[in-house]
Design a protein. Structure first.
Length: 242
């Protein structure tokens, strides 16, 4: 008699034996350690290669930065000839042998006087500061101590009133050696709300020389032109309206 609890076997199929504790492939501990050690070694080698490449890149970038930082900035220099034409010249040509009678010197002295004595509240701080780059340290110290309160007062005043340097007539006296001398006649015109309120005649006497210029000043004073003495005197009022 068939046992009702006996499972039916499928035809043609033989049940596979279950693997026992001792069956199957066994991995030795030494082999596992070797595999882990090999993976760690490869990862460490890749890390060393990446670190060396990064260090080499940093060295190249640092060398390039030091090279570029050590170079002297050489801006475009505009030379003005005797009839007022402007042309770009090589910086080395200007740096090598500046002379007192060069028209470029006259141009920079002209700009110095205009920047130094014009009083426009909107631009006085920038222009006056730029004019200081053409003064020797001793002359700049005296002028800064004397003029700084006036510049601060003008910069806070209304923009409707301003004074502007106009009609500069500059004369450079040729001399055999520095310091060189120059004189200038100029007018200071006073404006209020766009209308001229008065005009004064002034005379300036300058003594200047040439000296090596630092990289901080080369953009504004490429010639190394420095005024060592500056004296001004008011001549008369040309026109004044009340």
């Amino acid at each position: 008699m068939r046992n009702p609890f006996q499972r039916k076997r499928a035809k043609g199929k033989t049940p596979e034996p279950k693997p026992g504790r001792g069956d199957g492939k066994r991995v030795e501990p030494a082999q596992q350690f070797a595999e882990i050690w090999g993976e760690a070694t490869v990862a460490a080698r890749h890390l060393r290669i990446g670190t060396a490449a990064l260090a080499a890149l940093c060295l190249v970038l640092a060398a390039g930065w030091c090279t570029s930082a050590g170079r002297t900035l050489k801006p475009i220099v505009i030379r003005v000839d005797e009839i007022g034409r402007a042309e770009a010249v090589r910086y080395e040509a200007v740096e090598a042998n500046p002379t007192a009678t060069d028209p470029t010197v006259q141009y920079f002295l002209h700009s110095f006087l205009a920047d130094h004595y014009s009083r426009n509240p909107a631009t006085v701080q920038e222009r006056w500061t730029r004019s200081l780059t053409f003064l020797s340290p001793d002359a700049a110290y005296q002028i800064i101590e004397r003029t700084t309160p006036e510049i601060a007062l003008v910069s806070r005043s209304a923009v409707t009133e301003l004074s502007q340097v106009e009609n500069i007539l500059l004369r450079i006296e040729p001399g055999p050696e520095p310091p060189y001398r120059a004189s200038a006649d100029y007018e200071i015109a006073h404006y209020a709300r766009g209308e001229e309120r008065g005009r004064e005649q002034w005379t300036a006497h300058l003594m200047f020389t040439f000296a090596p210029v630092s990289q901080e000043l080369i953009a504004t004073n490429p010639l190394g032109l420095f005024v060592v003495s500056l004296e001004t005197a008011r001549a008369l009022d040309l026109r004044e309206t009340r």
